[in-house]
Structure formats: structure tokens, C-alpha cells
Design a protein around this ligand. Structure first.
Ligand code: ATP
Ligand code: MG
Length: 874
């Protein structure tokens, strides 16, 4: 079976068992503060599992793009070195939300593997949870009994809590699980050691393929367990591993998911796959990472220097660096693998083809810029190597230096070690580990969020009324305390709320809840897995009171105006620049709006002006808001909304329409475009390759912006005595300035020539060395004189120039003729640095010429004397 057929057969099998087939959710996660990337199939159902969203389909199946490179699941270091862990992989899964449980989940998994795919039962082992007495968790006898009816008892193995008890986090849903492992070794190997002994022992051919999780409990902050009201089946099978098993291979990279990519890398680099261990690893790393990078860009996560973007950047750099070190690629090449990747995966994941141009450009630019960094890093390392060699006895690069190379220049320890090794040097690995641990600890402390259990005040569902109302009566449903970076605050859930929770770029509302005349501030509102949480520094005295919830109306209105303006801008950008323009990010606050979009060159000033004009035209047309909520994705597309990737299946969408602007949007908006008033673009810039950013202001802020521009112009006019011909006056001033500079230059030259000839006329000399000393000159003049002397004076000489600009600023320069430097190993830089202490300053330069600046002109005399006496010229 081909990989495409395998993926299909899984979905068809579970569809026939009454499951709804849904598409993969995006790999990049936007609305869950605890997670940057989807790392398991269950992520997109977290809101359902937590009870925040209703169960629309009790049985669901899909193939989910997952990424395991950070947090709880991080396989990055394994990838490429082994043959069965990827950064990005596909997870085939089936779910039951409060419907079937262990019996069906186990029986169907077995039926699919052994009857549909016809995998030989003798290759399979399963594990069940052995229990953990200390925590009051029993052995999963139920799963054992079900398995025993299907498979010989000796193939059912006990597993410990680490492998066979699944938890969402420190808190939340959890339960035992049962894994299915496959033994892909040859008959002889199996005879020598039984597969049962190798399960969960990191053997590359005895591997886990499927995990069946039985979520049964909810773990509370104190560690105790409650039964979940709706038990959940959550299964995940590694697609690439399954392909390996079915295609008779012993490495994921030998399946048709990867061979075309590996083949392309071989052609590109002229290195055959299988040629050596190191080149094989490098090829696997690249084949794996190109998928991750391409998919995350398609999902809207570009490489950057923070958070999720930084994770992606590091993955890309890891691949480039393996190519650089082991495959001899010194130029960008990863981006040329995109066509073959699209060939392999484009059909199942159309977002790749859709973003082809953007992905290509972003990858190429990242590669180019990293290769430059890599070169700088190599130069820096070479400098360190020289230092080490000149210090003679040190043969180890310090752990701290190695860590800087790692952290700033993307040099992993093995690369640094390799380069050092070639020079007969080594690296302090323990010191490196220590620096690494310290950094990790810092990151952990910065990110740590400590949440207590929810305190339930009253039962009920939270409803959002903020599309229509600014205030409403409400009650507190539940609250909990959060400690983050030593700051304490509360998350509060209200029965009904006018507060918009930060989403889709629009900032969360602020405001208060009031109990009579006592007001309690809400400083932000966020959405956590679809739950609207209000953030408060202080809880009300009586949490059971009847409250009035009131948002800050002025702030909200301004945000609304900016949000509607963002929609108009998006449409006008597409009309004027072309339909390749797509939203890649946005921020809508009460102060301004920021819109990132795909576009491959700078937006020219005339274009910006035109865009601004058309948006203002749309504003004056005063198109009314047309709202359609609760429509299906198809209906939305029919209305003209752009096909958006990244919507979750089954989500009913909300369509926001003004004239011909049609967007899927959950945000809040003005009644008609005229409410925006006025729109001004304040900046246009680049965010990354192929992504531009426009910032704009509206309404009052736009008016203020226009006044500021006018004020500035008036100030300039005043500076030119309100000249009626302002531009003529400005040009005249510039011309005068240029002429004066020229004059100044020739005066300067004359002065230098005079000073120099005076110096040459006066013959000061000791030990056969001529001495030139010139006071009261600027460092620029000193340098000029020094280098002219160097060209003209044939005898050995020393030149010292000095001067003070004011009582607190002075400079000192030193030139030593090159013959003296070579013969006596004199060093101007060292001499000057030591002499600079007299002027409370510092400086440096080269062996024959150096300059220093200082804060104490009174010390110039003694500094000069020190230099002369150290050279025996005093
Ligand atoms: P392993 O111990 O092999 O790392 P796991 O216990 O981390 O696996 P689960 O979290 O149970 O795996 O994920 C479910 C399935 O997803 C696994 O049975 C495996 O087939 C697959 N899988 C997990 N991690 C990876 C990965 N990094 N690359 C490819 N497939 C994976
Ligand atoms: Mg794992």
C-alpha cells in the first residue's frame, strides 16, 4: 500500500464505525496559552474534553499534523539520529467523547491492524498499565481482560506510570493507556532475543506504533482524582511508522513518505544515501526538517526571534548546519526541496501549494542569513582558537564561549568540538552543560504559571453578550488564583459577560464588575480553550453577589473602529496590490491597527497613498454592517469569504460584511464604515521575507496624527522665518552648508600641512628614533598627521598627538613606525591602553597606530610621559 492509501484506509475504517472524518487542525496553535504547537491529535479537541465546548460528534477520526520540538514532547535531538522520530509527523487518531470506551477502542484497533492491514499478529505486543500503588492507581485489569480475549497472554506486557498513564498536564484529564508495539526484526534476531524483552527499550525496530488512551479521571491541583463526567477515548498512531511496517522497511525514511525527498537531497549534494553514518544523519535531518518548516510557514508561523517563531528558526538552522558540516553545502539549498515535498504531501495538505511562493522565499532568506551568521561564528571561533594557542597552556575552549557559539550563532557543541579537534584543541563540555542548564532554568522560571484549582461559586455556562451590550447583570461561576513571575492575579468566569476576550488580533476588553457601588477592576480578558476568562488583581469581597459587568466603552469603540478599518484595508490591499495578498497576522488595539500580509516587495509611497485614499472612500460610502453568524464554512465561501486554512472543522463561522469586504471574523465591529471617520497609514515595513507590515490609525487618532504632521511643518516654517518659499529656503541652506564644509576642509588641510612641516623642522630624537609630539589637535587631525608621517618619514619614529575638546573630554593618539613595531615588538595599542589610565579613559587599535579617549585632560601630559618612558625615549 502507498502512504496515501494507508492514510485513506484508516479514515474509511473508522468512518464505517460511525466516526465523523474531520480535517487536521493547524499545527500552529493560537488560542492556548499552554501550548505553541499541536503535539498530539487530541489538542484540537481539548475544549470538548475539558467540557468548554459541546460535543457535536461523539465519534471523530482524523490524521493530524503534529510537532514535537518543545515542552512536554521534545524529540528534536533524536531526529535524524534515529529512524523513527520526527519533528513533524502525522498522527492517525480516533476519538470517543462520552460514547464507547475501552472495549470497542481495543477491538477496533486490533481489527484494523490485523484484519484490514493484515499485519501478522506474531509481530505485535501490547502494554497495559501495571498500577501505581503509591498513588492509589490500580492495575488496568479491564484492558488486560479485553486484550486477553484477542491475543495470547504472553504478548500483553505490564507498563509503568511513565509509559502507560497519560496526563494532559499537572492538572486536568488523565487515565491509563495501552500501547501497541511492533517487532520488525528478522527471524534470526527474534530467535536470539524475544521481542517482549525489547518493548519500550528504544530499540529502533521494536517500536510503539499506536497508543490508546482511556481518559477516565480529572486530576485536581492537590493531586486527587475525580471521575470524568464524560469518559474519553483518545488514540494516536504514528503514520510514518505504520507506513514503515506495512511497506516492509526498517526506517521511516525508506518509505514513500520520505524517499523522494531523500533522493532529491542526494541529487542536490552529490552524496548518496547510505554512503556514511554522518551523511545519512544529515540527510535525514534535512528531509525531516523541511517538512516542519514548510508546514509551519503554511500555517502562519514564520521563523522569528521569539517564542514559536524561534523554535521554527532553530529547526531550520539545525538542518542548514547539518548540510553545511556534513554535506558541504555552503549556500542556500533547502528551499529547492519544496517542489518535491509538495509532490509528496500537497494533495493531502493543499495549504502547501497555496503558500508555495511565500514558503520558498522565507526559507531562502532564512538560509542565507543563517549562513552569514555561521560564517561570523566560524571567524569568532577562529579568533578564540588563536587566543588559546597564544596562551600556550590552555587547550580547552571555555564552556561559556561554546555556549555563546551555540546560543547566538547556532553552533551545536559537536560542531564546535569538531572544529577545535582539527586544531588539536578541545572544549569544556561540563562548563557548556552548566551554561545550558542555567539558561533552561531561566526560561522555566519566566514561563512558569502556577494555577490553583477552580473554585466553583455557581453552576452554569458562560455566555458572551458583548456583540450587543456594554454591560449586563452577572454572577461569578468560578475563579482561580494564578501565580506567574511572582505576580498574583485571578481568573474569573462570569455567567454572562459583555467582555470580549482577546482573539483574532483584537485586544481583550477592560472594565469592572460592580457589587452595588463597590467596583472591582478587570484588567484584561483572555480566551483559554474557548473559555472567556476575566483577569482581576483583586477578587470581590462577596463572590456570591449579583454583579453588574461593565466594559470600558471608549476603549472598546476605538478597537472596533480599528477592527473594521482592518477589514477595509485587507480588501483594498488585495484590490490594489493583487490577490496574492493574504493576512498573516494582525493586531487591533484601541490605539492603532497593525496588519501583516504576504507581498513580495516594498509597497511604494504612491501605492500607499492610493490605498489610503480608497479606504477613506469606503469609509465615506458608509456601508452598513451585514452580519451572518452560525453559518457553515461552505456558506461563508459562497458569500465570497476567502478560503481560509486554519479553521477548525465543525466550527460555525461568523461572516462580517461591509460592501464587498467579506471576512470570517469573531471580532466586534462598527455599525457602518462611516463610523471610522478617517484613516491614515503611519508606516510600512518588512517583517520577514515576503511579509510586509502596515500600521495605521483611525478616527480621533488619525486626526491627531494629521495635526502632528501639520505642527511639524509649521515648526520648520518658523525656523525659516515663515519664508513663503519654504523649499527654496531649505535648499539654499543645504547648498550653503555644502559650500562651507568644502571650505572648512581646505582650511583643515592647510593647517595639517603647517603642523606637519613644523614637526618635521624641529628635530627631536633619542636612541636614533625621531619623536614627534603635537598637542591641541582633534583625533581626526592626529590620525591624518600620523599617516602622512608614516608615508614621508623614512627613519624610525614615534608620534604622539593629543588634545582636549573641553574640560571633560580629551584624546590621545600614538603611532609607532612599522620597523620599530617589528624589531622591538612594540605595540601602540597596549601602550596606549595602559597610558589612558591617566586620562581616565580607554582605547586601542593596531600595533602601529592606536587612539584613546578620556575624561581627564589634565592627565594628557603624564600619559605622554608614560609612553615615552616605557619606550625609553623619555
Ligand atoms: P515514543 O516513545 O516512541 O517516543 P510516545 O510515547 O512519545 O512514543 P505517544 O505520545 O503515545 O508516543 O504518541 C502516539 C504515537 O505517535 C506513537 O505511538 C508513535 O507511533 C507516534 N509518535 C510519537 N512521537 C513521534 C515522533 N516524534 N515521530 C513520529 N511518530 C511519533
Ligand atoms: Mg515520545
Amino acid at each position: 500500500m502507498t502512504s496515501k492509501e494507508i492514510r485513506e484506509s484508516f479514515k474509511v475504517f473508522f468512518e464505517n464505525k460511525g466516526h465523523k472524518v474531520v480535517p487536521s487542525a493547524p499545527m500552529v496553535i493560537k488560542d492556548d496559552p499552554t501550548l505553541m504547537f499541536t503535539n498530539a491529535g487530541m489538542n484540537q479537541f481539548k475544549d470538548i474534553i475539558l467540557g468548554h465546548a459541546e460535543i457535536k460528534y461523539p465519534r471523530v477520526t482524523d490524521s493530524q499534523k503534529c510537532l514535537r520540538v518543545s515542552g512536554k514532547h521534545n524529540d528534536l535531538e533524536e531526529v535524524g539520529h534515529d529512524t523513527y522520530h520526527h519533528t513533524m509527523f502525522e498522527m492517525l487518531g480516533n476519538w470517543s467523547f462520552g460514547d464507547y470506551f475501552k472495549k470497542e477502542a481495543i477491538a477496533w484497533a486490533w481489527e484494523y491492524l490485523t484484519e484490514v492491514l493484515k499485519i501478522n499478529q506474531d509481530k505485535l505486543y501490547v502494554t497495559i498499565f501495571e498500577g501505581a500503588e503509591a498513588e492509589g492507581l490500580e492495575r488496568d485489569k479491564e484492558a488486560f481482560d479485553i486484550w486477553k480475549s484477542l491475543i495470547p497472554e504472553e504478548r500483553i506486557l505490564n507498563g509503568n506510570k511513565k509509559d502507560n498513564f497519560w496526563e494532559m498536564g499537572d492538572q486536568g484529564p488523565c487515565g491509563s493507556c495501552s500501547e501497541i508495539h511492533i517487532d520488525l526484526r528478522s527471524e534470526e534476531e527474534k530467535k536470539a532475543i524475544s521481542g517482549a524483552e525489547l518493548v519500550n527499550k528504544d530499540h529502533p525496530q521494536v517500536i510503539e506504533i499506536w497508543n490508546l488512551v482511556f481518559m477516565q479521571y480529572n486530576r485536581k491541583a492537590d493531586g486527587s482524582l475525580d471521575e470524568l463526567p464524560n469518559k474519553v477515548i483518545d488514540t494516536g498512531m504514528g503514520f510514518e511508522r505504520l507506513c514503515m511496517a506495512l511497506q516492509g522497511k526498517t526506517s521511516n525514511y525508506d518509505t514513500d513518505v520520505f524517499t523522494p525527498i531523500i533522493q532529491s537531497i542526494a541529487t542536490l549534494t552529490g552524496v548518496e544515501y547510505g554512503a556514511s553514518k554522518d551523511t545519512d544523519i544529515a540527510m535525514r535531518v534535512i528531509a525531516d526538517h523541511i517538512r516542519t518548516i514548510a508546514f509551519s510557514i503554511a500555517d502562519g508561523q514564520l521563523p522569528s526571534n521569539a517564542k514559536a517563531g524561534y523554535v521554527i528558526r532553530r529547526i531550520l538552522r539545525r538542518a542548514v548546519r547539518y548540510g553545511y558540516t556534513f554535506l558541504g553545502r555552503k549556500d542556500a539549498f533547502m528551499y529547492t526541496l519544496l517542489p518535491v515535498l509538495i509532490e509528496v504531501m500537497g494533495e493531502a495538505y493543499p495549504e502547501l501549494e497555496h503558500n508555495r511562493e511565500l514558503i520558498k522565499r522565507v526559507i531562502k532568506e532564512e538560509e542565507d542569513s543563517f549562513l552569514r551568521t555561521l560564517e561570523i561564528g566560524i571567524r569568532m571561533l577562529e579568533g578564540k582558537i588563536e587566543e588559546l594557542k597564544s596562551e600556550c597552556k590552555e587547550t580547552k575552549l571555555s564552556g561559556q564561549d561554546a555556549f555563546v557559539l551555540y546560543d547566538t550563532y547556532g553552533f551545536p557543541l559537536d560542531l564546535t568540538a569538531l572544529i577545535l579537534h582539527e586544531q588539536g584543541l578541545s572544549v569544556d563540555e561540563a562548563g557548556f552543560d552548566k551554561a545550558m542548564q542555567e539558561q533552561k532554568a531561566r526560561a522555566r522560571n519566566a514561563a512558569a504559571i502556577d494555577a490553583s484549582d477552580w473554585q466553583v461559586v455557581s453552576e452554569g455556562e458562560s455566555t458572551f453578550v458583548g456583540y450587543k451590550l456594554d454591560n449586563c447583570p452577572t454572577k461569578i461561576l468560578r475563579y482561580r488564583k494564578i501565580v506567574q513571575k511572582k505576580k498574583e492575579y485571578y481568573q474569573v468566569v462570569l455567567s454572562q459577560t459583555p467582555f470580549y476576550a482577546e482573539m483574532g488580533g483584537q485586544v481583550g476588553d477592560t472594565g469592572y464588575i460592580a457589587d452595588g457601588d463597590k467596583k472591582y477592576e478587570i484588567f484584561d480578558t483572555k480566551s483559554e480553550n474557548k473559555l472567556c476568562v476575566h483577569l482581576m488583581k483583586k477578587l470581590p469581597e462577596n463572590v456570591e453577589a449579583q454583579f453588574t459587568a461593565q466594559i470600558n466603552v471608549e476603549k472598546r469603540n476605538k478597537a472596533e473602529i480599528n477592527h473594521t478599518a482592518t477589514h477595509l484595508l485587507h480588501k483594498v490591499l488585495r484590490d490594489i496590490l493583487g490577490s496574492h495578498v493574504e493576512q498573516k497576522g494582525s493586531l487591533v488595539s484601541s490605539d492603532l491597527l497593525r496588519f501583516d500580509f504576504s507581498h513580495f516587495s516594498k509597497v511604494e509611497p504612491e501605492q500607499l497613498r492610493e490605498i489610503e485614499q480608497v479606504v477613506n472612500q469606503r469609509i465615506r460610502e458608509n456601508a452598513p454592517l451585514e452580519l451572518h453568524s452560525g453559518v457553515s464554512l461552505q456558506e461563508a465561501k459562497d458569500m465570497g469569504a476567502m478560503a481560509l486554512f486554519g479553521e477548525k472543522y465543525g466550527d460555525e463561522v461568523r461572516v462580517v460584511k461591509y460592501g464587498d469586504s467579506v471576512e470570517l471574523c469573531g471580532g466586534t465591529h462598527v455599525q457602518a464604515t462611516g463610523d471610522i471617520g478617517y484613516f491614515r497609514i503611519i508606516s510600512e515595513s518588512s517583517v520577514a521575507a515576503g511579509i510586509r507590515r502596515v500600521e495605521a490609525v483611525t478616527g480621533e487618532a488619525a486626526e491627531k496624527y494629521a495635526y502632528e504632521q501639520e505642527d511639524l511643518l509649521n515648526e520648520v516654517k518658523q525656523a525659516f522665518n515663515n519664508s513663503p518659499q519654504l523649499m527654496t529656503a531649505v535648499k539654499k541652506l543645504i547648498d550653503e552648508h555644502t559650500a562651507l564644509s568644502k571650505q572648512m576642509e581646505s582650511v583643515q588641510k592647510e593647517r595639517i600641512a603647517r603642523l606637519k612641516s613644523d614637526l618635521l623642522a624641529e628635530r627631536l630624537e633619542k636612541n636614533g628614533i625621531r619623536i614627534f609630539i603635537q598637542k591641541d589637535i582633534t583625533p581626526a587631525i592626529a590620525k591624518d598627521i600620523a599617516f602622512q608621517l608614516l608615508g614621508e618619514v623614512k627613519e624610525p619614529f614615534v608620534f604622539i598627538g593629543s588634545g582636549a575638546e573641553c574640560s571633560e573630554k580629551c584624546s590621545l593618539s600614538l603611532m609607532i613606525s612599522k620597523d620599530l613595531v617589528e624589531q622591538n615588538s612594540w605595540n601602540a595599542s597596549t601602550l596606549l591602553r595602559s597610558a589612558a589610565k591617566h586620562i581616565q579613559g580607554g582605547g586601542g587599535g593596531q600595533a602601529h597606530f592606536a587612539t584613546a579617549g578620556g575624561r581627564n585632560p589634565k592627565g594628557l601630559e603624564s600619559a605622554t610621559e608614560q609612553i615615552l618612558s616605557e619606550l625609553n625615549l623619555g
